[in-house]
Design a protein around this ligand. Structure first.
Ligand SMILES: C[S@@+](CC[C@H](N)C(=O)[O-])C[C@H]1O[C@@H](n2cnc3c(N)ncnc32)[C@H](O)[C@@H]1O
Length: 300
């Protein structure tokens, strides 16, 4: 099922569990600083247990079914990070090519251990070393909003999919359904993000841990309290309600993701659908549930 690379790698590194081919990650549509920062982040947060992966995957992949991806699918995970969703996908698809431009690819090698139906490659969206129209299914989870031109990046992903194949992506929403106070909190958090994401890595990690404790945890504990006293519908309207059932490990990771990343873009539902259509995708399904927005489409 797996095909050969369509170009020679710069080099091949012997990872802990498998060989990893390294391709150039240079291009016009990549933020090198964001990639470096994710490499640091994922080398710190890569210890996802199977249980945590399963629990979170149930939310991210509620719109995947056997038609979209199944054991006959040759799949591509673009911007795989630690490989947590690649690992999930190894149970659903036949073979998975997982790529990431950062050093997270080595964390993915650890997490995926001896799993055989996966190959890891260091490359970026612009340098994916496979021919166009190769894959039955491609996904990019939480990646495209960290790229300067999201629409172009999405097109570059979709062109690797065969006609009739499927694309899944998760993109940050622009809080369009949230109230003014929610948006105010978000704007305030952006004021904090601006200096924090520019700190040297060890200080940034430390500051983000503190932010996880002083910003995330009080809000999450408040949500948990509301749920405990039976006010679930009120709790779900609160900021960070999605963390109600998440561990402190996930909260620390997401605090680093949120405050430590220089470039993040946000989209309305209409923009997400329009970007998917501009890539030649049809049968677009956008989940009504958190995390917003995750969406699938079929290539015409
Ligand atoms: C928020 S992380 C998501 C990782 C993984 N998909 C997940 O959800 O756990 C974003 C990932 O996108 C990768 N990335 C950033 N720019 C990229 C690009 N131009 N091409 C491919 N991946 C990129 C980063 O290296 C990082 O691992």
């Amino acid at each position: 099922m797996r095909t050969e690379y369509n170009q020679q790698p710069l080099k091949i590194i012997e990872g802990k569990n498998r060989e990893i081919a390294i391709f150039s990650t240079e291009g016009k549509n990549i933020d090198a600083e964001v990639v470096r920062s994710f490499g640091d982040e994922w080398l710190k947060f890569h210890d996802f247990s199977d249980q945590v992966i399963e629990e979170c995957a149930a939310e991210y992949f509620d719109i995947l079914n056997d038609t979209v991806v199944n054991k006959n699918s040759y799949a591509l995970d673009i911007g795989c990070g630690t490989g947590r969703w690649t690992k999930y996908l190894t149970q659903k698809a036949g073979f998975i090519e997982a790529i990431d431009p950062s050093n997270a690819i080595f964390a993915a090698d650890n997490l995926l251990g001896k799993i055989e139906n996966v190959r890891l490659t260091q490359a970026s969206i612009e340098t994916i070393p496979f021919n166009d129209e190769t894959f039955d299914f491609a996904m990019s989870v939480g990646v495209l909003h960290h790229i300067p031109d999201t629409q172009q990046a999405m097109k570059d992903c979709v062109k690797k999919i065969k006609k009739g194949g499927y694309f899944y992506c998760y993109l940050y929403h622009n809080l369009e359904t949230r109230g003014w106070w929610f948006k105010t909190l978000y704007n305030l958090s952006n004021l904090i993000r601006y200096p924090v994401c520019r700190l040297p890595t060890p200080i940034k990690k430390f500051v983000c841990d503190i932010l996880a404790i002083v910003i995330y945890m009080p809000l999450v504990l408040w949500v948990r309290f509301l749920v405990l006293i039976g006010l679930r519908s009120v709790a779900h309207k609160m900021p960070l309600s999605a963390y109600n059932n998440k561990s402190f490990f996930i909260i620390r990771n997401d605090a680093l993701d949120k405050f430590g990343t220089r470039l993040e873009q946000r989209f309305s539902k209409k923009q997400v659908i329009s970007m998917m259509q501009n890539c030649g995708l049809t049968d677009i399904v956008i989940s009504p549930l958190s995390p917003f927005y995750h969406v699938t489409g079929r290539k015409l």
